[in-house]
Design a binder for this molecule. Structure first.
Ligand SMILES: Nc1ncnc2c1ncn2[C@@H]1O[C@H](COP(=O)(O)OP(=O)(O)OP(=O)(O)O)[C@@H](O)[C@H]1O
Ligand SMILES: [Mg+2]
Length: 183
């Protein structure tokens, strides 16, 4: 799936303006939460000015970030914490932010940082996607980890990824989409 083409830049049209809005929700660390946020994000972004393809891509982004929160959150340390999700629409950007208990291990946080920097290091996220597929082909999916989720957020949903750790040791992952593009 590819997102809608840029509008309002190269063709001299007015830039698109999204409808301002915000949706927050605390979800349990269960797989059903990923499906739930997919449905809610699709409706939210569709109602705030994104087209069907963009809303679908951002719903998949929200679902992927919730899945990662379940897989990589430190639920042993904070078993009763929820996954906190923020969906935000401002005039020029749509944001998905997902918070979960941060792992204490700096090596794992470095891995996440490295992956995000690696994706950004390519001229286009499509190249990162192709490169990762090549890596997987040569590894033969040996370790059972595809490592495609964040790359697909960058490539298919055209989002800029980032993360930070809050003072209360929550890891906040964000994906920001600007309909008129970053590049
Ligand atoms: N919320 C998180 N907390 C800590 N590390 C994370 C988090 N999300 C992702 N990571 C790290 O970033 C790596 C890449 O994540 P990504 O979603 O691209 O791949 P994956 O979840 O391993 O596989 P896939 O999404 O393709 O099933 C993960 O393997 C993990 O090391
Ligand atoms: Mg993933």
């Amino acid at each position: 799936m590819t997102a809608a083409p840029h509008r309002g830049d190269a063709y001299g049209e007015m830039p698109r303006v999204l409808v301002i809005g915000r949706f927050t929700e605390d979800l349990p660390a269960e797989w059903s939460s990923a499906k739930r946020i997919w449905d809610e994000a699709r409706v939210f972004f569709g109602a705030h000015g994104l087209d069907e393809s963009e809303s679908h891509a951002l719903a998949t982004t929200a679902s992927e970030l919730v899945e990662n929160a379940i897989k990589y959150g430190d639920w042993a340390r904070a078993p009763h914490e929820p996954i906190s999700v923020l969906l935000d629409a401002s005039p020029r950007a749509a944001t998905v932010e997902v918070e979960s208990p941060a792992v204490d291990n700096p090596v794992l946080l470095r891995q996440l940082d490295d992956r995000i920097q690696w994706i950004r290091g390519f001229q286009s996220p499509f190249e990162a996607y192709v490169e990762r597929l090549k890596q997987l082909a040569s590894l033969g999916y040996a370790d059972g980890v595809s490592g495609l989720g964040l790359i697909r957020i960058a490539y298919e949903a055209r989002c800029l990824l980032d993360f930070y750790v809050t003072p209360s040791r929550q890891l906040a992952m964000s994906a920001v989409y600007q309909p008129d593009g970053f590049y």
